[in-house]
Design a protein around this ligand. Sequence first.
Ligand SMILES: NC(=O)c1ccc[n+]([C@@H]2O[C@H](COP(=O)([O-])OP(=O)(O)OC[C@H]3O[C@@H](n4cnc5c(N)ncnc54)[C@H](OP(=O)(O)O)[C@@H]3O)[C@@H](O)[C@H]2O)c1
Length: 315
Amino acid sequence: MNDTTMRAISQDLIGGPEVLTEVELPVPTPGPGEILVRVRAAGLNPTDWRHRGASGLFLGEPPFVLGWDVSGEVVATGIGVTLFEPGDAVFGMLPYPYGHGAFAEYVVGPARAFAPKPVNLDHIQAAAIPLAALTAWQALVDTAKLQAGQRILIHAAAGGVGHFAVQIAKARGAQVIGTASAANHEFLREIGADETIDYRTTDFAEAVGDVDVVLDSIDNENSLRSLRTLRPGGLLVSLRGGTDELATAAQDLGVRAVRMLVQDDHAGMIALAELAESGALRPAVAGVFPFEAAAKAHALGETGRTVGKLVLTVP
Ligand SMILES: NC(=O)c1ccc[n+]([C@@H]2O[C@H](COP(=O)([O-])OP(=O)(O)OC[C@H]3O[C@@H](n4cnc5c(N)ncnc54)[C@H](OP(=O)(O)O)[C@@H]3O)[C@@H](O)[C@H]2O)c1
């Protein structure tokens, strides 16, 4: 490795975690409006193991370097960048889906995909935030316009997206009902859930009603079952479903359902940084793995049982 090359975690094949290999690649050059970031930590998300393990998703065929969540330092700026200078500590989500490449020593991305790293968080904590918390922010704030006093049902509330959604909803003064297995209920209460539902033993569709907003990250079937928990005119934001069947079923019940895909979002990152600095948003880090142990991190994440986030360090 020299000044013009870097280490990255890549794959030549679609497959299990074992397809992930360390490679040497050229250090990218920031184009107009872009920054080059020395990655210190990179968060993992389910979309990483989905793209690693299945063809036909957004990225086409490998080789590719996965990873959307970055915390690190600005090394160079492209033409026209006014927000950052070399040396600034930043965190952000590379444009989803085509801006991937965080599992590397360096990455380029649009300056406005980033925000200054919260001063009270280290790079590991900061890297845990972007994709999952932006998803929660864009669903609850931009899409549902969640208000103080409203009731929200958050599925998979102990997961990456869910645990941020609980905290964002609480910060906005909402009443939060979260689903998780019983072992995670204490965690849900600690982060602010008012009610917890063990989805393994309780039919949430029977137990919950009159909610204003549902955030569903499970699947279309779960979204369909969640519609009846909404009050008339209420909104379900689906992160994985969103079929025509869901839209029709929602219409028949006098409620609404939308499918949302997270987008890079400077204003959202600034808002999340402010929440983190105020102490209202705290990432739960379920595991930290050195860069070269990316396969182990993928295998753990793929169990679907992690509480909070997994992060790779890039020394
Ligand atoms: N559309 C988008 O833009 C977007 C953005 C981000 C994520 N997503 C998708 O949203 C999903 C969640 O992402 P994530 O990062 O939060 O995943 P994650 O961190 O891997 O979620 C793990 C959590 O899911 C919980 N869980 C699993 N099955 C459950 C069920 N039936 N009911 C309630 N909780 C359940 C587990 O809790 P227990 O162990 O207690 O069951 C665990 O804590 C993924 O499929 C991801 O691809 C979509």
